[in-house]
Write a protein that binds this ligand. Structure first.
Ligand code: GLV
Ligand code: MN
Ligand code: MN
Length: 403
């Protein structure tokens, strides 16, 4: 399924399943096709998430991930977790009636690649999406999120209804590639995940004066790009100092021509750290550095939040289940934090949640080179199946609202 999906939705530069595009819809139709023969009810909620429910006894265990990718992305990020969930649903449907309901979810716009706001569908379901914060977010060509999602059947005013989807949910489980170098370095194919790190993501706008590149003396310039460039270096220094990560992954210059000093520069800054206090310090340091850089270049600077997530631990009892299953398969119960975001970050705030990672070759992700040895992918789906089976058994045996 993964190879077929990649064939269908990639070009020579990588996966092109960016959310709210036709290629993404092709991927979602491919998923429906895989589910066609199964005894599931399929629906799309008001936030655009697709659900397939295999009805069983009381309580629901949710499994899933996302199909959207970054532009020029990898074949496994998100898609691996969705196809693991399909495989588990298929195997459990064949086993006969389940003691609880099993729901597969394919989340809408996990990546936030187009509008900068990650975890759209899962935030809506968790009740943490600020509609006013996202409606006006614009993509690279100036189109607004509020208008674009409408074309895909999502009405922001109805988003709250999506919260109904997790009524009765007892657990959320997600399989994913690690997207980093840890498991490969340690020679491990799979591991449990302890939680996701905190994220601060901001759009920073520097304004100076557009001027002629030839006739404007160096001491008369107000170059917005130079202020942005100095800030990017400060983002890196601060991340290194705090043992976090910091990235300026996007920059736009106005007018953006070689014969003019940039009068305006917009950068997107992404900072991450497992510790909330250290993350706040990193943000403060970057903001201070940007004000100093702007002042040195005769520019102004303004910061607007685009997306934030607190460090989010997963549910200890479920992490233990995943760790024990990994130990059965590999002899080692490694548990590691995720520096990448996941829809599990949102689910963990409202439902007991855990994740299982498979290794990533050379730690590369969000790139077409993204890969995982096939035997690790196979082991991951076997381990995910065993994890889900354990959690279903525990859910059926427990009477309370949570595990
Ligand atoms: C998405 O993959 C993220 O970690 O931002
Ligand atoms: Mn992902
Ligand atoms: Mn991703």
């Amino acid at each position: 399924m993964l190879r077929e999906l990649a064939e269908l939705t990639s070009d020579e530069a990588g996966a092109q399943r960016v959310a709210w595009t036709d290629v993404w819809q092709t991927a979602r139709a491919f998923l429906r096709e895989q589910l066609r023969e199964l005894p599931v009810t399929i629906r799309t909620d008001t936030a655009g998430n697709q659900w397939a429910r295999l009805p069983g006894g009381g309580g629901t265990v949710i499994i899933g991930s996302h199909l959207d990718s970054v532009p020029d992305g990898g074949w496994l990020d998100g898609a691996y977790g969705v196809m693991c969930a399909v495989e588990v649903l298929r195997a459990l449907a064949a086993r006969g009636p389940l003691p609880c309901t099993l729901a597969l979810v394919e989340w809408a716009d996990e990546e936030g690649a187009r509008f900068g706001h990650s975890l759209f569908g899962s935030s809506a379901v968790a009740g943490t999406l600020g509609v006013a914060d996202v409606r006006e977010l614009a993509d690279g060509s100036g189109l607004r999120l509020g208008d674009v999602v409408t074309e895909h059947g999502v009405r922001l005013d109805d988003l709250d209804e999506a919260r109904q989807e997790i009524r009765g949910a007892r657990a959320y489980l997600e399989a994913h590639i690690e997207q980093g170098p840890v498991l490969e370095r340690e020679g491990l194919p799979i591991a449990a995940v302890s939680g996701t790190v905190g994220v601060e993501r901001h759009r920073v706008t520097f304004r100076g004066q557009t001027a002629h590149s030839g006739s404007t003396p160096m001491d008369m310039r107000r170059d917005a790009f130079l202020a942005a460039a100095a800030t990017a270096l400060a983002v890196r220094e601060s991340a290194v100092r705090h043992r976090g990560v910091g990235t300026v992954g996007a920059v736009r210059l106005r007018p953006g021509i070689v014969t003019a000093v940039a009068g305006e520069t917009v950068i997107l800054v992404d900072q991450r750290h497992p510790d909330g206090g250290a993350l706040t310090a990193m943000l403060g340091e970057a903001q201070r550095a940007s004000r100093e850089a702007a002042s040195a270049e005769g520019c102004t600077v303004s910061w607007e939040p685009v997306f934030r997530a607190r460090p989010q631990p997963f549910a200890d009892e479920l992490v233990s289940v995943v760790r024990e299953v990994c130990t059965e398969f590999t002899g080692q119960g490694r548990v590691l934090p995720s520096w990448a975001l996941h829809d599990a970050t949102q689910m963990a705030g409202v439902v007991p949640t855990a994740m299982l990672f498979t290794s990533s070759t050379r730690g590369i992700s969000h790139a077409r080179e993204e890969n995982t040895p096939e035997e690790h992918l196979r082991l991951g789906v076997e381990a995910f199946y065993r994890t889900v089976s354990h959690v279903i058994a525990r859910t059926a045996a427990s009477a309370g609202p949570t595990i």
